[in-house]
Design a protein around this ligand. Structure first.
Ligand code: SF4
Ligand code: SF4
Ligand code: SF4
Length: 422
């Protein structure tokens, strides 16, 4: 085992391979607060990549209703339980120390074991904890859709208290999931054929179909259950990060990186996809003009999913404002409270930047803000908060302007002579 640094855990950790990092890393932000659960992302991925024989059950992108929904069924409950049992057996606790924050430990330090460390501690003979979901757990991708926690109403089902922030009594939220193109992928660690690799140019994790022999070790040990077995080819497959679009080789892309299919179709405008620059030692090169860097590392508004698994996932979530905090802290780590507070009363830059989500299919590498007038002054989080009608401008990989949006949506009045026309 080698020792590698995981900034999401704020500490070094065990991994099977020596530290090696791509020049740029594929990353995305999903704003859970905005998702309408329409599954357009899910359909776009299926129609692009998994419409063939043997792929019927494969949903590389799925959107599940939390707390009950999951695909495959119970995936997170099962791996959390395994991790919990490993801590109990080892007589250890899986706690965070959120007080120890720093440049390379933005969420504090995780003192528990990762899925890799727990597998070593328990002498499982595997690289990571895990299990192979049986067929029936793959059979219902949207089970428990829109199912909320128990309703606390009166005999007639009418709420006696209504719903109010910070936590709704009755709640659910949508969790959008794709492969996290992890920095330390458990799927790659698990593969005895070394068929899984992380690309140097963008950090996308791929399975080499000519090397794969279908042992399903990746299916077993990816803690997010995002590697899937195909019976017709006897190989495993997973999200490919829509790499032709990311490379700028899609006919539509005009030679510059484009957002993936699942990101580009989102009608809820919850997704922002891009590439961030990575230094040789794995740290993110500071770039406050890159929208992803600004929101993830600068404002810490978007957080990794189950960072305690230890794979350093690269899909980040703006947590839902209305769900119970202990549930969210388990899912996104100790940064949840600060992220929700900042999202509820966004800084001037953040508010302008939020307009860039799904503004263009082209990946935005740099943004600028043109300041506009004050339009509103209210109280947020017990303090005065101002809203300005600023304009955000997005630039592509070649520095060309590809998006320009203002905070206040402009109103266009149709001229009288066209009132009846479409
Ligand atoms: S989410 Fe799973 S399949 Fe994707 S890179 Fe991470 S470990 Fe591998
Ligand atoms: S990035 Fe591409 S391959 Fe991956 S889930 Fe989205 S649409 Fe599917
Ligand atoms: S397309 Fe967007 S809004 Fe619709 S389910 Fe997917 S992430 Fe949510």
């Amino acid at each position: 085992m080698a020792e590698v640094y995981n900034w999401q855990l704020g500490r070094p950790m065990e991994y099977v391979y020596e530290e090696a990092h791509p020049n740029r890393q594929f990353a995305a932000i999903f704003n859970i607060n905005r998702c309408i659960g329409c599954q357009t992302c899910t359909g776009a991925c299926k129609a692009t990549w998994t419409f063939s024989k043997g792929q019927e059950y494969m949903w590389w992108n799925n959107v599940e209703s939390k707390p009950y929904g999951s695909y495959p069924k119970y995936w997170d409950v099962k791996i959390l339980q395994q991790l919990d049992e490993a801590h109990q057996t080892a007589g250890r606790s899986a706690e965070w120390d959120p007080a120890q924050t720093g440049e390379q430990s933005p969420y504090g330090i995780y003192n528990g074991m990762t899925v890799t460390e727990a597998a070593t501690e328990l002498n499982t003979g595997n690289q990571a904890l895990g299990y192979l979901p049986p067929d029936n757990e793959w059979s219902a991708p949207n089970f428990y859709e829109d199912t909320a926690t128990k309703y606390q109403g009166d005999r007639l089902g009418i709420s006696t208290e209504g719903a109010a922030l910070p936590v709704h009594q009755t709640w659910f939220f949508y969790l959008q999931r794709i492969c996290n193109h992890c920095t330390y992928p458990a799927c790659a660690a698990a593969c005895p054929r070394k068929a899984i690799y992380k690309r140097e140019e963008d950090g996308i994790v791929l399975i080499d179909q000519s090397r794969c022999r279908g042992y399903r070790k990746c299916v077993e040990q990816c803690p997010y259950k995002k590697s899937m077995y195909r019976g017709t080819t006897h190989t495993s497959e997973k999200c490919v990060g829509c790499y032709p679009r990311v490379e700028g080789n899609d006919p539509l892309s005009d030679g510059v990186p484009m957002e993936t299919r699942c990101m580009a179709v989102c009608p809820g405008k919850i997704r922002l996809n891009g590439l961030v620059e990575i230094a040789e030692d794995g740290t993110w090169v500071e770039d406050l003009q890159n929208p992803l860097y600004y929101l993830i590392r600068g404002e810490q508004l978007a957080l990794p999913l189950y960072p305690q698994f230890g794979t350093e996932p690269n899909i980040y979530y703006i947590p839902p404002r209305w769900a119970p905090r202990p549930y969210l802290r388990q899912m996104f780590g100790p940064g949840v409270d600060q992220a929700i507070e900042r999202y509820s009363a966004p800084s001037r830059t953040t508010l302008a930047l939020m307009q860039l989500f799904r503004a263009t299919q082209t990946m935005v590498f740099k943004f600028e803000i043109e300041e506009g007038p004050l339009v509103r002054e209210i109280e947020r989080n017990g303090q005065a908060w101002q809203m300005y009608d600023d304009t955000v401008i997005g630039f592509d990989a070649k520095g060309r302007e590809v998006a320009r949006l203002s905070v206040v949506e402009p109103l266009h009045e149709r001229p009288k002579e066209r009132l009846n026309s479409i």
